[in-house]
Design a binder for this molecule. Structure first.
Ligand code: OAD
Length: 260
């Protein structure tokens, strides 16, 4: 098959080769970004005007330097996001991915779900072994003794948060300028590099090394499906590029592939 873009909407006959791959490909690797949680009511980062970064400069909040300078403000900002996310539920796109994983594994095929998101809505929808490249808002860890705390409760009463050892606790998310968790990145690179079908959903492809997984997959011979309402820097490399919301497209795609 040529590599030129096969852009179509699901109203057309969905490409038979793509549906066949969803039924038989192994391994399948999926990379998700903030767009997959947008229909759950969680702001994305870069959507013009509505994105999280439209109101904040990441450098002021999402860096080790910002935390060192003003731990209380940074902690409060992340805790507010944590409490907002606590009220959100997985959407049809999350559930469809959990279903795709279950069907693939039941067929004794391999499946990897890699996410840049920190909301754990994939896990809430039933996805297993999710590779979290950017950590999670539910875990906070002590800067001094390294103890990790799972924080599921109400908003904290004062900031910064204190560890039992007296040290200050930071959010368990990756900040700009920080390395990604080594094991997660290695797992993700292996999954991308061995995938027969690589699916990128709801990511602008703006942040590396996560976005680079797409090139790892394509250079290793994977067929590449992108699902996003907008074009991205990777659209031109897609064998299939479905324009639309993941919460609408994924359930339809699974139904067409008979994976429902
Ligand atoms: P972005 O906000 O950069 O991109 C969100 C993408 O989702 C955009 O391409 C939108 O077009 C798309 N989108 C919006 N609504 C959608 C929907 N309903 N269905 C499908 N797609 C939709 O978010 P990410 O690409 O995830 O990192 O950003 C990557 C990283 O940048 C984040 O993990 C975060 C941020 O800095 C860290 O904080 C380390």
């Amino acid at each position: 098959m040529s590599n030129e873009l096969n852009r179509f909407s699901l109203e057309d006959d969905c490409h038979p080769h793509l549906l066949q791959l969803l039924r038989i490909a192994s391994p399948i690797a999926v990379l998700t970004g903030a767009g997959v949680s947008a229909e759950s009511g969680i702001l994305t980062f870069r959507d013009a005007m509505t994105g999280l970064w439209a109101n904040f400069d990441p450098a002021d909040l999402a860096t080790p330097e910002a935390f060192a300078k003003d731990p209380a403000t940074v902690s409060r900002w992340y805790d507010e996001r944590r409490c907002k996310i606590a009220k959100c539920q997985p959407n049809a796109g999350h559930f469809a991915l959990a279903k795709l994983q279950a069907v693939t594994i039941a067929d004794r095929r391999s499946f990897a779900l890699i996410t840049q998101n920190v909301d754990r809505l994939h896990q809430a929808a039933g996805s297993k072994d999710v590779v979290e490249l950017h950590g999670t808002l539910w875990l906070w860890r002590c800067l001094d003794c390294g103890i990790e705390y799972e924080e599921r409760g109400a908003a904290f009463s004062s900031y910064p948060l204190r560890c039992a050892c007296g040290g200050s606790k930071r959010p368990g998310v990756v900040w700009f300028g920080e390395d990604l968790p080594k094991h997660a990145l290695l797992t993700a690179r292996r999954a991308a590099g061995s995938s027969a079908l690589f699916v990128s959903i709801g990511t602008s492809g703006a942040v590396h090394p996560a976005a680079g997984l797409i090139d790892v997959a394509i250079q290793s011979g994977a067929r590449f499906l992108e699902i996003n309402p907008q074009e991205t820097p990777y659209t031109s490399k897609a064998h299939w590029s479905l324009r639309g919301k993941s919460g609408e497209i994924l359930p339809q795609l699974l139904e067409l592939a008979g994976a429902e």
